[in-house]
Design a binder for this molecule. Structure first.
Ligand code: ADP
Ligand code: PAZ
Length: 304
């Protein structure tokens, strides 16, 4: 990894700017996905520096855009700063994304920050079944990449109100008739397993639109344990909701449910990680490496 600067926790924490944001345990509790505890020390030792660095990149882009427009004698709306977050299923992308949104908006209250996931650009289950792609959910061909690329073009073009489909992990499907709205944010955080993938043909890809990208990295067996824990938690939370995808699993034999989760990890998500997600790691501007207990132990920042 010659093209990355490497920092351990202490070295990274020492770079934190002075304007530290105060976040309470209660606020952090709202960020956690499913009952996990996020350590306040992570906020101080990892995220304060990260938020400061992202703001520097954000300001650089604003100035560069303004200079360029001045030179060209043009006036144009400022395009949003787009941050992509990538990594395996269950590595902690959405948790990190929510934490970044909270901290960026607390540190810079004048900025409008929108958070979204690329899960909404998966084909819905009926369409996946029709294309024989159900066992390939999450793989590149299971996403409508053209729709995602068109969506990002609209975001950068500064369209006023852009709609996008929403995915529900509890339904395990696209939510019919429900949409998210992007309304000219200053910063857009987009998380998803496919955010750093390259296209099969020459079309634009998500990373072409990113100003900064983060890859969350960890050992496979750790991610597997986080996947299994999350699966169990979602199942427990939905054991009384008959409309839910997890309802029958939660009310049947526990060993069968856990076996299904284990098989899904081994045959779908782990294969996807090895073949399509991990190879995109070295395209990221920053790699956050996690160890046991989601503790970030190394930060790699791309130099070129
Ligand atoms: N920093 C963290 N501390 C504690 N638990 C975490 C942390 N980050 C993620 N988790 C837990 O790990 C699991 C996977 O995280 P999640 O954000 O859902 O992953 P992804 O979006 O990558 O699929 C969830 O149960 C989540 O609560
Ligand atoms: C929707 C996903 C592709 C994305 O997952 P995420 O990174 O949001 O956890 C994934 O949750 C998924 O459905 N994978 C297919 C196999 C499974 O059910 O886990």
């Amino acid at each position: 990894m010659k093209n990355y600067l490497s920092f351990n926790r202490n070295e990274w924490a020492a770079l934190a700017p002075a304007n530290r944001v105060q976040v309470s345990k209660e606020e952090l509790a709202k960020v956690k996905s499913l009952g996990d505890v996020i350590d306040l020390t992570d906020v101080h030792e990892i995220y304060t520096t990260l938020v400061g660095y992202l703001h520097l990149m954000f300001e650089n882009k604003r100035h560069a855009q303004a200079d360029s427009m001045r030179f060209l004698h043009k006036t144009t709306k400022t395009a949003p700063f787009i941050i992509g977050i990538s990594g395996s299923v269950a590595v902690g992308k959405s948790t990190t994304a929510r934490l970044l949104q909270l901290l960026l908006s607390r540190t810079y209250p004048d900025l409008k920050i929108h958070l979204m996931t690329t899960d909404g650009f998966l084909y819905n289950n009926a369409e996946l079944a029709q294309r024989n792609l159900m066992p390939r959910k999450g793989f590149p061909e299971s996403y409508n990449m053209q729709l995602l690329s068109d969506f990002l073009s609209d975001v950068l073009a500064g369209k006023e109100d852009i709609v996008y489909p929403l995915y529900s992990q509890e339904l395990s499907d696209i939510v019919p008739g429900k949409y998210g709205h992007v309304k000219r944010p200053d910063i857009l955080i987009m998380e998803g397993i496919n955010t750093l993938q390259l296209p099969e043909s020459g079309q634009m890809v998500t990373s072409d639109f990113f100003d900064f990208s983060i890859y969350i990295d960890a050992k496979e067996d750790l991610i597997e344990s986080w996947y299994m824990q999350r699966f169990t938690k979602i199942m427990e939370m939905n054991k009384n909701k008959p409309d839910n995808f997890y309802y029958e699993l939660a009310n049947g034999p526990r060993t069968a449910a856990l076996q299904l989760a284990e098989e899904t990890w081994q045959m779908v998500n782990l294969v996807n990680l090895r073949e399509y997600i991990a190879p995109t790691k070295t395209r990221a501007s920053l790699i956050l490496h996690k160890t046991t207990g989601h503790v970030i132990d190394r930060i790699l920042l791309r130099r070129f």
